[in-house]
Design a protein around this ligand. Structure first.
Ligand SMILES: [Cu+2]
Length: 486
């Protein structure tokens, strides 16, 4: 936390770190870009953080959300003063936010105006297999696909959507294709809190603003294949270091989506305690106090942030160092903290105190006594159970209605965030340590040489379901397998 002058000093110290780091490719040090800095003594009145537009509901029918989404090339300003040739959903990066309520029937008319095949994967949502946007259902260039599904009761949460075509997910996400999908509950006990959506991503840019990809056969390309494509250019809702205005005593609800291809965020607001109230698929039963929260790529968290600063003061949402890497490819500046956005205190009077519910919602436990199978899934570098992905192979079979325990073991020295399509699960234990509280999840980070057990029930929807590492480079290289539910 510091004065506006302190922030300028900070920016320049980050810039010198970036310039000092051995850059293997000509990429733009993000901190060299102009960041809006307020005049000393002024008190902010509005967020510079912009929320993506919300998709317009075309339906007048009750409990129905009908929207149009087009993926197309776009020329967009991501960095101040520069234009970037990108891919975008409805011309926006991040894509527009899809908002719906539990029980709604959702109809998405999708058109692919990209020069390549794509899909739209509704990450974390329980829906029919052919609506999942998996690599089994590609949409060719110029093609259309109607994604139609009903959102189950009890699954309000912060979801997101992104491309999932065979072997091209990392490229298309880097080009700008990702967006949030918020499902609301009629009985949400904190619905009246001011809410912010934070979609975190990182990208590499050349000095002219174009998106940089490593040349194949370059050293950087092999580092990217190992680490996943990662950059120090951190963006919140596609913006460089935006700000959120808060006042002393105010409680804000933040929905955070890690849309990065590989980066794991370790979020902290130094000097402040965060209330962790939800994860991938909705709220916990009770809030948990945290000084920092690790958010692996494709994970989501819901936080309550309470303003505790004086008017005119600042705090910073910071990404603390997190060592997910193999020693051979660990970036030399991996242990640098980086600022994602500023929290700025204005001088409006304190709001009335907020009373938080003691229970946010009931999370019913899946019963381990009902599990009929315990599966072992071994993650090695680039492989699952010793194989790379084969679309014509079924790796596991299960019955609709079955409850199973998965024991996912990471036998190598880097983290792999593990995602199961279509079915939400509950973590039982991590490396033998029981999970302290229940939550619904669809992705769980498996740290190097650790194991995680979770329980899942295939409530319905037979079909072929992917499970994979969510480092997009690994997924594209085939660190993925198929569960067939019959
Ligand atoms: Cu991986």
């Amino acid at each position: 936390m510091g004065t506006p002058i302190g922030r300028i000093a900070n920016i320049w110290s980050v810039a010198s770190n970036l310039i000092a780091a051995p850059l293997l490719v000509a990429i733009l040090p993000i901190a060299a870009l102009p960041v809006p800095v307020r005049q000393t003594g002024s008190v902010p009145t509005a967020d510079t953080l912009k929320s993506p537009p919300v998709l317009r509901n075309l339906s007048s029918r009750a409990h129905t959300v009908e929207v149009n989404i087009v993926a197309a090339p776009a020329r967009i300003s991501i960095l101040p003063g520069r234009l970037t040739d990108a891919y975008a959903y409805n011309g926006s990066i991040p894509g527009p936010t899809l908002e719906a309520r539990e029980g709604d029937r959702v109809i998405i008319h999708f058109r692919n105006d990209l020069p390549e095949a794509t899909t739209v994967h509704w990450h974390g949502v329980h829906l029919p297999a052919n609506m999942d946007g998996s690599p089994f259902d590609p949409v060719p260039p110029g093609g259309r696909y109607d994604y139609i599904f009903t959102i189950p009761r009890g699954t309000a949460g912060t979801y997101w959507y992104h491309p999932h075509p065979d072997a091209r997910s990392e490229y298309q996400a880097a080009m700008g294709l990702f967006g949030a999908f918020i499902v609301r509950a009629a009985d949400d006990p904190i619905a009246t809190l001011p809410e912010k959506l934070l979609i975190l991503s990182d990208n590499r840019f050349r000095p002219d603003g174009s998106i940089e990809f490593a040349d194949s056969n370059s050293t950087q390309s092999s580092i990217d294949m190992e680490n996943g494509r990662e950059s120090n250019a951190l963006l919140a809702n596609g913006q460089v270091r935006p700000s959120i205005v808060i006042r002393n005593g105010e409680v804000q609800r933040w929905r955070v989506v890690n849309a990065s291809a590989a980066r794991v965020y370790r979020l902290s607001i130094p000097g402040q305690v965060l209330l962790h109230v939800g994860s991938d698929d909705g709220l916990f039963e009770h809030a948990v106090e945290k000084n920092e929260i690790v958010v692996a790529n494709s994970e989501r968290v819901e936080l309550l942030v309470r303003g505790t600063g004086k008017p005119g003061s600042n705090a910073e949402l910071t990404d603390l160092p997190y060592d997910r890497y193999m020693p051979q490819t660990r970036p030399p500046d991996w242990d640098t903290s980086r600022v994602l956005l500023a929290l700025r205190y204005d001088d409006r009077p304190m709001p009335a105190p907020v009373t938080l519910p003691t229970t946010f919602r009931i999370v019913p436990a899946l019963d381990t006594a009902l599990a009929t199978v315990t599966r072992t899934v071994v993650l090695s570098q680039g492989m699952i159970n010793g194989h790379t992905m084969d679309m014509s192979r079924v790796d596991m079979e299960a019955a609709v209605g079955a409850t199973e325990i998965w024991n996912v073991e990471n036998v190598v020295g880097m983290d792999h965030p593990f995602h199961l399509h279509g079915f939400q699960f509950q973590v039982i234990d991590r490396n033998g340590v029981p999970e302290p509280f229940r939550s619904w999840k669809d992705v769980v980070n498996i740290p190097k040489h650790e194991a995680v057990r979770f329980i899942v029930r295939y409530a319905d929807f037979p079909g072929k379901w992917m499970f994979h590492c969510h480092i997009l480079a690994h997924e594209d290289q085939g660190m993925m397998a198929v569960l067939q539910v019959r």
